[in-house]
Each structure stands twice: as structure tokens, then as C-alpha cells.
Design a protein around this ligand. Structure first.
Ligand code: PLP
Length: 286
């Protein structure tokens, strides 16, 4: 596929970054993942805003304007044959000849973007075919700034692998006895018709999908709370969901071998999933 690297559109498999890039040496960079439906980036402004927040948190700024970033993303969509896709955008501090920890005076960032296909949009009638996840819980071994969308994802990878090795699909992370999010998604539970998600903090990522679901809940008068979720409350929930730009709203039906609710995706999930799909379908109608 066609990718973008530092001002050029290039064949993805030929794209190369020097070994002295601080992304390679220090993991010194941030990223975004933006879903594209029918050629339209979804919630793009929220993604760009979060990108700038992550950059500011690591003392970086980008010379590219929002419009320039949108042009890069738009051009990748044009140059590739995918209808539904996800755009991965990564920015590292760039190449410096000496390897030392201090942030060098800002030179030229490395700006990279690629696009990969997403499966076709699920018809609402296919909602029943969506498989509920089975998850485990584990201590959150990541750092204290999970609000920054940093490219350093080794702990997330280890925690995901731990789930797969126990025959589960993902891991819900626990810190100080509270469940915060999963390895690449935010966490919601439903109790007595109320949607609950942990409040924003440095222990979890401010998900664009999380924000969108709260907006939908607000619009449709579904009660919700942002408050901490003690780990033991997971088993008591009627429903559990994991949300992200590429997973959308994924129901969870098992936590550490305990069945959640009826063991099937719940009715509040079904309703929220429908609201979400209807908005996506509008993008198709133009
Ligand atoms: N939490 C983590 C750790 C993530 O990596 C992600 C996204 O990949 C999310 C939450 C969900 O964020 P978004 O809804 O913006 O995709």
C-alpha cells in the first residue's frame, strides 16, 4: 500500500527510517489510529486534538497544521483502494546524531502514516453475530502516564499476550484495586441500566470512542456515571464493554471465567451499538 513518510508518498514496504531516530532508540514518539468509513475519517478532529495533547505532554509540537494533517490522511485514503480502513499516524522526535537522554532542541520530527483495511461495516442485522470477549484481569504494569498515546507499548503487548495464553481475548488492567481500561481499549460496565466508565486520569487513555459513547448516552437520555470501578465490581456488572476506534463497542461476556449477565451481549450494548452504526451509516449516505 501507499504510505506517507516525511513529505513523500511511498510504498509502505520500502519506507525506511534511520537507526538514529529517537523513536527507534528511545521509543520517543506518539501515535494515533483513525478509523475511515466509506472514505471518511471518523471523529478526525478529536483524534488530531488528542495527537496535539500527547505531543505537548512530551514537549513536542508539530509544524504541520491541522489542515496539513487532514490532507495527508485524505491523500492516503485516495491513493489506496480501501473503503473502510484505519490510518496509523506516528510522530517521533526525529533523528539526532548523538544518543543521549535529554530532549535535543527540536529539529525535524519524523512523520509517518500508513493505512490498512478494516472489515466491511457490520449490518445492524448482524449484531447478533458479534462475539462477546472473554477477558482476564491483571495488575497494570504500565507507567504512570497512560493518558499519553506513546508508542512504547511493550507492557500493553505483554498484558495482551498474557490473555491469549490463558485462552482469553484481552486483559482488563487493575491499579490500586480499580479497573481502568484494557490493553488497547476503554472500559465500560452497565449496572441497573446505568453506564459506568472510569473518570479520565493519568492511568488511562482518553478514548475518542469513550467520549463519543458518552455523547450518545447524553443525546439519548441513557444515564451514565464517570467513577472508579473497583475490580470486584466487574463480576457484579450486568454488562461489560471494551471500546476503541477499531473495535468499536465490544461486549465482554466472561471475566476470569465468571459469566457476565446472561453470557450474551446485553440489551444496553445492543442499543448503543445501534446508535453507533446509524451514525456511521450516515457517512455512507454522504
Ligand atoms: N486505551 C488504550 C490503552 C488504547 O490503546 C486505546 C486505543 O487504541 C484506547 C483506550 C481507545 O481509544 P480510541 O477510542 O481513541 O481508539
Amino acid at each position: 500500500s501507499v504510505a506517507y513518510l516525511n513529505g513523500h508518498y511511498v510504498d509502505l514496504e520500502q519506507a525506511k527510517v534511520p537507526v538514529l531516530d529517537r523513536g527507534f532508540l528511545f521509543g520517543d514518539g506518539i501515535y494515533e489510529v483513525i478509523p475511515v468509513y466509506a472514505g471518511n475519517p471518523f471523529r478526525l478532529t478529536s483524534h488530531i486534538n488528542r495527537l496535539r495533547k500527547s505531543l505537548a505532554a512530551i514537549y513536542m509540537s508539530l509544524p504541520q497544521s491541522d489542515d496539513e494533517l487532514k490532507t495527508i490522511i485524505g491523500t492516503l485514503i485516495e491513493k489506496n483502494p480501501y473503503d473502510n480502513a484505519s490510518v496509523y499516524l506516528q510522530i517521533t522526535r526525529g533523528v539526532y546524531v548523538e544518543r543521549h537522554h535529554d530532549f535535543p532542541e527540536q529539529g525535524e520530527a519524523t512523520v509517518f502514516a500508513m493505512i490498512s483495511p478494516l472489515p466491511p461495516v457490520q449490518k445492524l442485522s448482524q449484531a447478533t453475530e458479534i462475539k462477546g470477549y472473554s477477558v482476564i484481569t491483571a495488575e497494570d504494569i504500565r507507567w504512570q502516564r497512560c493518558d499519553i498515546k506513546a508508542i512504547t507499548l511493550l507492557a500493553n503487548c505483554m498484558l495482551k499476550q498474557k490473555a491469549l495464553e490463558s485462552g482469553a481475548d484481552d486483559t482488563i488492567l487493575v491499579r490500586n484495586g480499580e479497573a481502568s481500561e484494557a490493553t488497547s481499549s476503554n472500559l465500560f460496565i452497565v449496572r441497573d441500566g446505568v453506564i459506568i466508565t472510569p473518570p479520565l486520569s493519568e492511568h488511562l487513555l482518553a478514548g475518542v470512542t469513550r467520549e463519543f459513547i458518552l455523547l450518545l448516552a447524553n443525546q439519548h437520555g441513557i444515564p451514565y456515571e464517570e467513577r472508579p470501578i473497583p475490580e470486584h465490581e466487574l463480576e457484579l456488572a450486568d454488562e461489560i464493554w471494551l471500546t476503541s476506534s477499531t473495535k468499536e463497542i465490544r461486549p465482554v461476556v466472561k471475566v476470569n471465567d465468571v459469566t457476565i449477565g446472561s453470557g450474551q451481549p446485553g440489551s444496553v450494548w445492543r442499543q448503543m451499538y445501534e446508535y453507533y452504526q446509524v451514525l456511521k451509516e450516515r457517512l455512507y449516505l454522504g
